[in-house]
Ligand binder design. Structure first.
Ligand SMILES: [Zn+2]
Length: 233
């Protein structure tokens, strides 16, 4: 067992779980802590509920999903469709990084057609910088996570590259249970079939990697640098 920590930062409640829930389960099974951060509840767009009512539903669904994942759930106070890119958001995320000290941070890839997803990416990239600067005195000391990955999300596929294939066969049933805490995933809210898409995606990605089920992540450009003194395998 270890005392590691994995943090997933998503734009709308449900994003973090669909794109990072299986990774959280994998690490929690090894004794790590998991922290799920939702920048907004994603409270707009329900066909019959107003944003207040749907926001309450999404918050309850987020807490239930986090319970299934064995992770902490943190909802930031921003509105669906209105997430700014500014230092207030960035310091909120940076302070969460300093508080929870995640070894690994997962978030959205920037190639998204959804503005909140792109803005989450931008805020997290700046937050990682702020979290690591000792010159900034905050409640908790400066901290650098060891690794950052961008997750696979159906809305963020422009120029996305699946670099890392993680075997999620052992945690797949619980992953499905976690994402199905959301009515959005079970169906009836969006025309997009979340449930079928993410279930099928684990099979497609698994087939390429030789696993029963897999999820993929993208490596940041600077992390692609490989230092070698010989090419001998
Ligand atoms: Zn979203």
């Amino acid at each position: 067992m270890s005392d590691g920590c994995i943090m997933v930062v998503g734009a709308h409640a449900a994003d973090a779980e669909v794109m990072g829930g299986a990774q959280v389960l994998t690490q929690v099974a090894q004794g790590w802590r998991g922290v799920i951060v939702h920048c907004t509840l994603g409270e707009k767009g329900h066909p019959s509920l107003d944003p207040d009512a749907y926001g309450r539903q999404k918050r309850a669904e987020a807490e239930e999903a986090a319970r299934v994942l064995g992770a902490a759930c943190i909802c930031l106070p921003y509105l669906d469709g209105e997430l700014p890119v500014d230092t207030e958001v960035q310091w909120r995320i940076a302070d969460l990084i300093r508080t929870h000290r995640p070894d690994i941070v997962l978030t959205h890839w920037k190639g998204s057609f959804h503005r909140d997803h792109r803005n989450t990416y931008a805020n997290v990239m700046e937050a990682l910088y702020l979290a690591g600067l000792t010159a900034f005195q905050r409640t908790n000391p400066a901290y650098h996570p060891r690794a950052l990955y961008f997750c696979e999300n159906w809305e963020d596929m422009e120029d996305y590259q699946p670099d890392v294939y993680l075997d999620v066969s052992p945690v797949f049933d619980r992953y499905l249970q976690a994402i199905r805490c959301y009515e959005l995933v079970r169906g009836g809210i969006s025309r997009f079939p979340y449930d079928r898409y993410y279930e099928a995606l684990t099979i497609v990605r698994g087939a390429v990697a030789g696993y029963d089920r897999a999820v993929t992540m993208m490596i940041p450009a600077r992390s692609r640098v490989q230092r070698r003194q010989t090419l001998t395998p």
